[in-house]
Design a protein around this ligand. Sequence first.
Ligand SMILES: C[S@@+](CC[C@H](N)C(=O)[O-])C[C@H]1O[C@@H](n2cnc3c(N)ncnc32)[C@H](O)[C@@H]1O
Length: 321
Amino acid sequence: MSKTELVSDEALEHRLKHHLERRELPDAFLYTGNHGTLNWLTLESSQRFPVAATLTSLLKEHARSIAQRIRNCRDVVSIGAGDARKELILLEELLHFSKPRCHIVDVSSRMVDEALKTLSGLGLEITGTVAFCEDLGRLAPDWNRPVLLCLLGNSFCNFDPAGLLPLVGNNLGPADLFLLDGSMLPENEREVARWRREVERIYNSPENVRFNTAPLVRRGMDPESCGFELKLVGVDSPWGQTYRTQKRIHVLKRAVVQCGTDAVTFAAGDVIEMGFTYKYRFAQLRQCLERHGFRVAESWPDRTGGNIIILAEHATTETEP
Ligand SMILES: C[S@@+](CC[C@H](N)C(=O)[O-])C[C@H]1O[C@@H](n2cnc3c(N)ncnc32)[C@H](O)[C@@H]1O
């Protein structure tokens, strides 16, 4: 097992400072450092925040069939792997067919440590890299092909597909595969209003509010100064109306946030924009993938259609006979 850091704690603090000066708090910073890692691991196992657990159950249910479909991959790369519980499920099944190498990539150094611990008993060659998803091009030359690239835990939906899919496409060859999952928008329009209320309730739970405001609170902002707001807004896209979370922190009174040796000052009334999650229907996600040169090779929805795992490949790839 080996670990490499393409991004250091100091560089992250510096980057955070620049974002906060622009009144942005990208979601990557929710997971960094000891606190960020522990906060995510606590939220992930909280019954009141079932998004992560639901996708893990879906993966468990279909792991054997997914493993059969990806058995020819010589390397498994997982971006934003967290503590790698999903990768463990997948690799245990893959071991019935092959002995792939595994590359864990995550922006949180402490999370990479957790992932390496999770996978340590598999007897596989495993590497951990602290890097942003955007660093994919620097990592790809080291992969044995065909490679399986994973973006799990609803992570695909946290990126703008117009930025992410060209990046993924440019780094995958014709025989490589792309595994992603997502928590979806209901197929039936009549269910959307109820679903919206439920999603907003879950994402506005005290646990999730604490998780989202923690990077500021940990660096000196009074929790009482953070007015957290999350709502689902409709977004027009080439594949019809999708939804996207709009997540903001309203600063309620003057506050100073310490980033390494630098400080960023906020005034009452400032609004800090955070990351987002898209909510697609399956057909929309399929069209989105197709527009960027991918095709859905196979998919595994749950019974309700509320969650799905998708295996995609380059649209130019010849299908297996
Ligand atoms: C929602 S968690 C999902 C973790 C895991 N895949 C799972 O399913 O439980 C997102 C993970 O992605 C990492 N992450 C967030 N933004 C990232 C980025 N831009 N580049 C690399 N990793 C990122 C976080 O540190 C965190 O471990």
